[in-house]
Design a protein around this ligand. Structure first.
Ligand code: SF4
Length: 296
């Protein structure tokens, strides 16, 4: 695997661009409820209507830009006060871009290589809805120490005002990743599941079929915050819920239907989870996802 030069093919943000950015986006290492998230590249052209970049006023940045070079991003993670070698789960480039975009991917793999060269065995989560190639899988299989999980976001949403990228792209990526996975694990990240948008019996059955091509499946709802609702309204998109919410929304009746669809599917579908950490632990056959056992 070729390791790109620091900074790679993506231009660093200049001072003026940095000054105009939400300070939260300039924080490369984010403490999340079950690990650390490392985001040193921002910007994405995929235009998902529910993108969390609405919350940072960053949705209009379509060309990925780097906050710093890959080596400095790695160093920032290593010196973070909550990073524990071999224990803290790490998510890479999951907030403000897609790690499998062509210009972003060399940086993702450079980071994975640095983590692996440091012989770290932490869980590393890579979340994408974009294209995964056999070469990507070979590179992931070539990592010797880090425990990589590739989570492929698939929604089945066919309203291209809300999700312009066809869900078949993600479905293909998942099938390919699962078929090639040797040292890494491939998880179906079925989200966002939204009433009235992608919850017909056909949608559920299609996702259940796809779950055969994954080591585990996670399903979750929509993050519908004020900023995202405003975007929906400004663009005349159907609003999925009457009210916004701080956490992701998942109606109970829909959960029951998902569980019923899972119970009646053909044998061979992967196990279903509501929590990413549970799915990743299961996929790797490793308990104690974030190394909390034994910590008083
Ligand atoms: S792929 Fe991710 S970062 Fe890009 S627009 Fe969609 S939700 Fe936002």
């Amino acid at each position: 695997m070729a390791t790109p030069r620091p900074g790679g093919r993506i231009r660093l943000l200049d001072e003026r661009e940095r000054a105009g950015m939400d300070p939260a986006l300039l924080e490369m290492v984010e403490y999340r409820k079950s690990g650390l998230s490392l985001n040193w590249i921002v910007g994405c052209p995929l235009d998902c209507g529910y993108c969390v970049r609405h919350l940072f006023g960053n949705y209009s940045l379509k060309v990925p830009r780097a906050l710093t070079d890959d080596a400095e991003a790695f160093a920032a993670l290593m010196r973070h006060r909550f990073f524990r070698p071999h224990a803290t789960p790490v998510q890479l480039l999951n907030r403000a871009t897609d790690p499998m975009l062509a210009p972003v991917k060399p940086h993702l793999f450079a980071m994975l290589r640095m983590l692996d060269d440091a012989r770290l065995t932490n869980h590393v989560l890579v979340i994408t809805r974009w294209r995964v190639t056999p070469e990507d899988c070979a590179a992931l299989n070539g990592l010797r120490h880090v425990r990589v999980t590739l989570l492929v976001t698939y929604s089945g949403i066919d309203d291209d005002r809300i999700e312009p990228v066809d869900s078949t792209v993600a479905a293909e990526s998942l099938r390919l990743a699962y078929a090639h996975a040797d040292r890494f694990r491939a998880v179906l990240y079925w989200r966002p599941l939204v009433p009235g948008l992608n919850d017909t019996d056909t949608h559920l059955a299609t996702a259940m079929e796809l779950s055969r091509h994954a080591h585990a499946t996670v399903f979750t709802g929509l993050f519908f915050r004020d900023e995202i609702r405003d975007y929906y309204r400004a663009h005349g998109l159907p609003e999925p819920y009457e009210h916004t919410a701080r956490r992701k929304v998942f109606p109970e009746h829909l959960e029951r239907r998902v569980l019923a669809a899972a119970a009646s599917r053909a044998p061979g579908g992967s196990a279903l989870f509501r929590k990413t950490s549970c799915a990743v632990s299961y996929a790797h056959g490793l308990a104690d996802y974030n190394g909390h056992v034994g910590v008083r």
